[in-house]
Write a protein that binds this ligand. Structure first.
Ligand SMILES: NC(=O)C1=CN([C@@H]2O[C@H](COP(=O)(O)OP(=O)(O)OC[C@H]3O[C@@H](n4cnc5c(N)ncnc54)[C@H](OP(=O)(O)O)[C@@H]3O)[C@@H](O)[C@H]2O)C=CC1
Ligand SMILES: C[C@H]1O[C@H](OP(=O)(O)OP(=O)(O)OC[C@H]2O[C@@H](n3cnc4c(=O)[nH]c(N)nc43)[C@H](O)[C@@H]2O)[C@@H](O)[C@@H](O)C1=O
Length: 318
């Protein structure tokens, strides 16, 4: 099996690459963004036509936390739409029958009923801090559904909850909350800083999934036979939620990260920073019914992510 992993140097792509390498027996195709800019339509068409992979895993995207999304909305909508259109269309024209693309839990309405089921898509207004990114991710689902309907392809979409783990982006402003807090609490511990400031009120609730679980779920969904997959997705909806099924407040998360990093000081909240969605817990019963559940608990996962951060501090990106 010849598999192209788009975004193999990112957190999710690298975890998928590790698992496929461990499985063995595949020819794995990778390109960095420097070698192949996926926003360049002609370059993507040429690449796909030359390589003709059997399968494509689309884990390349413009990704960031709440402030990055709110500060660079044009980059988030433009780059993600371009990457999805180019990769999905080029895969189709090169005869790729099977593709998996990664969306995000932010596709669901800001005030969607909790836990959020797959059929909550397009039933309400999106969270404003990441609406451009969410619109691009919804377009990704609809691209896959449309190619499946018109051309009979088998393009699947997984909607991950908030992810963390080895290979994450630890940028102080542009990252997601877990890597941001790991870095901030670690640096405060090193510098004997008495207080760590958390963005927002600490009251929003988030569900966190370790990236190794996400990679496993992605390959599980990709490996489902056509009949099983179709039996478990709605006639016109092709996406599947991926998460743990439980969430914590950001305040609770902060205390867990403090414990993992050994921080003994105080925690305060900067309420001038946005909270974002109040809650976005995934309903993961569809994936569970098909036989997959997350295995890595939050405390264990945070410990693992912190160890990775300690081991890779000199080569962090962002
Ligand atoms: N992180 C999270 O919490 C969540 C992530 N997701 C989704 O999971 C997927 C993977 O995210 P994650 O691994 O965290 O993201 P990362 O930022 O870690 O990795 C993204 C990868 O995309 C590649 N990329 C970006 N732009 C381009 C481009 N123009 N051309 C080629 N490659 C490009 C980069 O390649 P290179 O390194 O070569 O520059 C990078 O390695 C995304 O679709 C994201 O939306 C969904 C929910 C939560
Ligand atoms: C995965 C997901 O990621 C983004 O949405 P988000 O869930 O809001 O993700 P976040 O990790 O940035 O924040 C979660 C919560 O945590 C609070 N928070 C506290 N302190 C820090 C902090 O230091 N950094 C960050 N980033 N957040 C902090 C923050 O105020 C918010 O209440 C979107 O890109 C969206 O499009 C998307 O897909």
């Amino acid at each position: 099996m010849k598999i192209y992993i788009a975004g193999h140097r990112g957190m999710v792509g690298s975890a998928i690459l590790r698992q496929l390498q461990a499985q063995g027996g595949h020819e794995l195709i990778t390109r960095t963004s420097g070698e192949l800019d996926l926003t360049n339509q002609a370059a993507v068409q040429d690449f796909m036509a030359a390589e003709k992979p059997d399968q494509v895993i689309l884990a390349a995207a413009k990704v960031g936390g709440i402030i990055a999304n709110n500060t660079y909305p044009a980059d988030f909508i433009y780059e993600n739409l371009m990457i999805e259109c180019n990769v999905i269309h080029a895969a189709y024209t090169a005869g790729v029958h099977k593709l998996l693309q990664l969306g995000s839990s932010c596709i669901y309405p800001r005030l969607a009923e909790q836990p959020m089921q797959e059929n909550a898509l397009l039933t309400g207004t999106l969270e404003p801090t990441n609406e451009p990114y969410a619109i691009a991710k919804i377009a990704g689902i609809k691209l896959c559904e449309s190619y499946n309907r018109q051309y009979g392809t088998d393009y699947r979409s997984v909607m991950p909850t908030n992810l963390y783990g080895p290979g994450d982006n630890f940028h102080p402003e542009n990252s997601h909350v877990v890597p941001a807090l790991i870095r901030r609490f670690h640096e405060a511990t090193q510098n004997n800083t008495p207080e760590v400031v958390i963005w927002g009120t600490g009251k929003p609730m988030r569900e966190f999934l370790h990236v190794d679980d996400m990679a496993e779920a992605s390959l599980f969904v990709m490996g489902l036979d056509d009949a099983t997959y179709r039996a478990n997705t709605e006639p016109m909806l092709s996406h599947i939620n991926v998460g743990t099924g439980s969430d914590v407040t950001i305040g609770e998360l902060a205390h867990m990260v403090a414990e993992v990093t050994g921080f003994q000081g105080a925690v305060s909240f900067d309420t001038d920073k946005p909270d974002g969605a109040p809650r976005k817990l995934m309903d993961v019963s569809r994936l569970k019914d098909m036989g997959w559940s997350a295995r890595i608990g939050l405390k264990e996962g945070l410990t693992n992510a912190y160890q990775w951060y300690l081991d890779n501090q000199t080569t962090l990106r962002g």
